[in-house]
Write a protein that binds this ligand. Structure first.
Ligand code: PLP
Length: 375
């Protein structure tokens, strides 16, 4: 199989797996226990917290472990309103992940004032609309890198337009792939996940700026400084920190490899009839290429993905699959693409392990598939 869906998830690196095993096998103590097997887990968790903090220029006390990006996003949005009473309004980008859009819809149903910030044809939030949202009782959520197109948004611009508001960013796709410095960006909250960077699934973190009293949304024990209840998943936390440090240390090297693969793919697909690159060549993630076709009306997006699968290639259409039916991508629609184009898009996402041959094989397969679909 040629795996070109690394924005969905990545393979866990062998050394990451090895780092985790002792915390399942021998050092399985509960980090809240006061005897030595518990204390060892506590030390490992606090070391991991310090590692994650150092990678984004944060203080360890500003990092709270969660089960991943979805939980971090939900917690920040909902706790800001329900438990912490920090804001009365919420504004989110139109191209956000559903782990932002659906909690927002829930809040709206509950009577909270919510708005969606429109984006331009590249997926960048409208800065004039942003400027109107500047208010200290407003939470603004703008993702750092989009999971479907890879476009990167400047959080400095968001902060510049909204100096008073609370600013959250979903950084699941960008974390440890491109530089991320919470001080330099001036953000208040961020969400991260381990499984996009060759770490385990089911673990992630939230960054909460010092001084912000974000209360637990998930309640129970007093873990994570009373901000996220639940016995800490020591093995996953250790694996997360190790994978993140490794990705951060190798950021430049990995970025060059991924950029080379994506640019080769772009070149190999460039002469396809009616192809449209939804990922701009600059200002986007090094690992993502999203394409669609001018004759999308007569194309079946699912058939493209399924035919790639038959050729042994895993790629995604980037759009949500709800109850077995493919919905047009809300991201591409927000960028002004037609419904048909938004339904028949293909997202390729490479990793540090993707080879040139993988890319050549995938491009050749797509040429064949499109020729046969067009009859
Ligand atoms: N946010 C973005 C931008 C994502 O791409 C994803 C995963 O696809 C998530 C949030 C959800 O993260 P997790 O799978 O860790 O819950």
């Amino acid at each position: 199989m040629i795996y070109l869906d690394n924005s969905a998830t990545t393979a866990v690196d062998e050394d990451v797996l090895e780092k985790m095993i002792p915390w399942f096998r021998t050092d399985y103590g509960n980090a809240s226990s006061i005897y030595s097997i518990g204390r060892r887990a506590r030390v490992a968790i606090e070391e991991s917290r310090s590692i994650i903090a150092s990678l984004i220029n944060a203080h360890p006390a500003e990092i709270i472990f969660t089960s991943g990006g979805t939980e971090s996003n939900n917690t920040i949005l909902k706790s800001c309103v329900y438990e912490s009473h920090l804001v009365d309004r919420l504004a989110v980008g139109a191209t956000e992940h559903h782990a932002i859009l659906y909690p927002m819809e829930q809040l709206q149903t509950d009577g909270v004032e919510c708005s969606v910030i429109p984006v331009n044809e590249y997926g960048i939030a409208d800065s004039e609309v942003l400027a109107q949202l500047n208010n200290k009782r407003t939470l603004i959520s703008i993702m750092h890198a989009n999971n479907e197109t890879g476009i990167i948004q400047s959080l400095n611009i968001v902060r510049g337009q909204c100096p008073e508001a609370l600013v959250h960013t979903d950084a699941v796709q960008s974390f440890c792939k491109i530089p991320f410095d919470v001080e330099e960006m001036g953000i208040d909250f961020a969400s991260f996940s381990a499984h996009k960077i060759h770490g385990p699934k089911g673990i992630g973190a939230m960054y909460i700026r010092k001084g912000i009293d974000l209360k637990a949304h998930q309640q129970g024990g007093g873990q994570e400084r009373n901000r996220r209840a639940g016995t800490e998943a020591t093995a996953l936390i250790v694996g997360f920190a190790y994978a993140a440090k490794k990705a951060h240390d190798e950021m430049e090297k990995r970025s060059i490899i991924m950029q080379e693969r994506i640019s080769l793919l772009r070149t190999l697909l460039n002469d396809m009839d009616g192809i449209r690159f939804n990922t701009p060549e600059s200002g986007s993630m090094p690992n993502i290429l999203n394409i669609s076709f001018a004759d999308a009306d007569s194309l079946d997006g699912d058939a493209i993905i399924q035919s790639l699968d038959i050729h042994g290639i895993a790629a995604s259409n980037g759009s949500a699959c709800v109850s077995g039916s493919t919905q047009p991508s809300h991201v591409l629609m927000a960028m002004g693409r037609s419904k048909a184009e938004a339904r028949a898009a293909v997202r390729f996402s490479v990793s540090k392990d993707t080879t040139e041959d993988d890319v050549r094989t995938a491009a050749a397969a797509l040429h064949d598939i499109m020729a046969s679909l067009r009859g």
